[in-house]
Design a protein around this ligand. Structure first.
Ligand code: PLP
Length: 428
C-alpha cells in the first residue's frame, strides 16, 4: 500500500485540524488500543474523540452491525425500523424527561441545530442564551451559539446570542469565589442580562462540563440555580450532553443530573459515544416542545437501522457491564495517578476531572500563561511513547484532554499515566 501521508493535502481542506506533525493513519483497533499503518500500537486516551464509548471493535457492536447490514442498511425516517424505535424507547426512558420524544440525527452539530430549531419555534424568538467558552458544533446555528470566536469564524449569525458567565471559573473575574458565591454571581449576571433583553428569550443552551472548552465544570447546582430564573421567564433549558452523556462523568448518567435539583431539562442533545463510532446524534424533548414544528420533516440518514443496531448493542453493553460505575472508580484512580505523576512538574497548572473525563492544563513555568506549544510537544512525545491524547480547542489548546473508552482498566490507567509523566518531562 502506498502511504497516505501528504496525499491528503491535494484533496482535503487546509483548515482540517489534524493532530501530529506527521498525521497518524489508523488501520484498526481493539479494546482500548488502536494501531497505525506502520504497525505501532497506541493506548487511546481520547476514545476516538469521546466516540469509542465502550471499546474499539467491540464484538457485540460489530456483530449487530454485520447482522443488520445483511438485512437492511438504510430506511430513512420515511419508514419505521425496529432498532430505531427500540433505541428511541430506551433513550426516552433514560433521559429523565417526562413524555419524552426522540429524534435521531447523524451528528452532535445536527442535534443542536434541531434543538435550536425546536426552541426558537416553540418560543417564537431567535434570542438564545449560551455560555462563554462553549462549543456546540460546526453548522451555521451551532457556531452561532458557540462562545469562543476561534470556533465561530462568522459574525453573520441567524440567532441573537447572549453569552452568560458560568462555564469556566478557573480564570477571569470570578476565579477567587467559593462555589456558592460563584453561583450567586452567575445568577446575578444572568438576571442582569435578561433585564437588558428586548422581548422573550427562547432558550439557554449549555454543556454540563465544557468539552472542547477544556473539561471545565461549573460547581454542581449552577444550572439548577439558573433554572429558577429561566422558569420565571418561560425560557427553555437545552442541555448539550454530546460529551457528558452515557455515564462518562461517573457519578451521573447525564451531566445535567449534577444540576438537576429543579427537574430535568426541556431539551437534551446527544451524539458521540452512543454509536461507538457510528454516526448517531439525537434530540430528546418533552412532547409539547418536540411536536411544536408544524412542518413535515425528514432525516435521510438519521435513525438508519445499521447505526441504530450499533447504538442498541453498545447501550446494552454499557448498562450490562455497569460502565458508569467503572468510569467513577477507574476515573477516580486515574485522576489520583495523574495528580501524583504531575506533582512538581512546573508546566502543570491544574489536573481536574469527573469520571473518565480528565484534563491536565499546561502553562509556561512560573506564570499563569497558557502553553499551547508545550501541549503540542507533550502530544508528540506521548505518541512516541504509545499514547494518544486529546487537546482542548479554540483558546484551550494548552489543555490535554483524557477521555478513554469507559471499559478502561486500572492497569491501562496506570500505563497511560506513566507514559504521560515521561512525555511531560521530555516536553519541558
Ligand atoms: N456539542 C458538543 C458539546 C461537542 O463537544 C461537539 C463536538 O465535539 C458537538 C456538539 C458537535 O458534534 P459533532 O462533531 O458530532 O457534530
Amino acid at each position: 500500500m502506498t502511504p497516505l501521508l501528504g496525499r491528503h493535502r491535494a484533496v482535503m481542506p487546509d483548515w482540517l485540524s489534524l493532530y501530529y506533525r506527521q498525521p497518524i493513519e489508523l488501520t484498526h483497533g481493539e479494546g482500548r488500543y488502536v494501531y497505525d499503518a506502520d504497525g505501532n500500537r497506541y493506548l487511546d486516551f481520547f476514545g476516538g474523540i469521546l466516540t469509542t464509548m465502550t471499546a474499539h471493535a467491540l464484538p457485540e457492536v460489530a456483530k449487530a452491525v454485520s447482522e443488520q447490514a445483511g438485512r437492511l442498511i438504510h430506511s430513512s425516517t420515511l419508514y419505521l425500523n425496529r432498532p430505531m424505535v427500540e433505541l428511541a424507547e430506551r433513550v426516552a426512558t433514560l433521559s429523565g424527561i417526562p413524555q419524552a420524544r426522540v429524534f435521531f440525527t447523524t451528528s452532535g452539530t445536527e442535534a443542536n441545530d434541531t434543538a435550536l430549531l425546536l426552541a426558537t419555534t416553540y418560543r417564537r424568538s431567535n434570542q438564545i442564551l449560551a455560555m462563554r467558552n462553549s462549543y456546540h458544533g460546526r453548522s451555521f446555528s451551532a457556531v452561532s451559539v458557540t462562545g469562543n470566536s476561534t470556533w465561530s469564524p462568522t459574525s453573520l449569525s441567524p440567532l441573537q446570542t447572549l453569552y452568560v458567565h458560568g462555564g469556566v471559573r478557573s480564570r477571569g473575574p470570578y476565579a477567587q469565589l467559593s462555589d456558592a458565591q460563584f453561583i450567586e454571581a452567575c445568577v446575578a449576571d444572568l438576571e442582569d442580562l435578561l433585564g437588558q433583553t428586548r422581548g422573550q428569550v427562547a432558550a439557554l443552551i449549555a454543556e454540563p462540563v465544557q468539552g472542547v472548552g477544556g473539561f471545565t465544570s461549573p460547581p454542581d447546582g449552577l444550572y439548577a440555580a439558573f433554572r429558577e430564573v429561566l422558569d420565571r421567564h418561560g425560557i427553555l433549558w437545552i442541555t448539550d450532553e454530546v460529551q457528558t452523556g452515557w455515564g462518562r462523568t461517573g457519578e451521573h448518567f447525564w451531566g445535567w443530573q449534577a444540576h438537576g435539583q429543579n427537574g430535568p431539562p426541556d431539551i437534551l442533545t446527544f451524539a458521540k459515544g452512543i454509536g461507538n463510532g457510528m454516526s448517531i446524534g439525537g434530540v430528546v424533548a418533552r412532547a409539547e416542545v418536540m411536536n411544536c414544528l408544524d412542518a413535515n420533516s425528514i432525516s435521510t440518514f438519521g435513525g438508519s437501522p445499521i447505526t441504530m443496531a450499533a447504538g442498541l448493542a453498545n447501550l446494552n453493553y454499557l448498562l450490562e457491564h455497569h460502565l458508569q460505575d467503572n468510569a467513577r472508580r477507574v476515573g477516580g484512580l486515574l485522576l489520583e495517578r495523574l495528580r501524583a505523576v504531575t506533582a512538581g512538574v512546573p508546566c502543570v497548572r491544574e489536573v481536574r476531572g469527573r469520571g473518565l473525563m480528565a484534563a491536565v492544563e499546561l502553562v509556561k513555568p512560573g506564570t499563569d500563561e497558557a502553553a499551547p506549544e508545550t501541549a503540542a510537544a507533550v502530544l508528540e512525545a506521548a505518541r512516541e511513547g504509545g499514547l494518544l491524547l486529546g487537546k482542548g480547542g479554540g483558546h484551550n489548546t494548552a489543555v490535554l484532554r483524557i477521555a478513554p473508552p469507559l471499559t478502561l482498566s486500572v492497569t491501562e490507567a496506570e500505563e497511560g499515566a506513566r507514559i504521560l509523566e515521561k512525555a511531560l518531562r521530555n516536553a519541558q
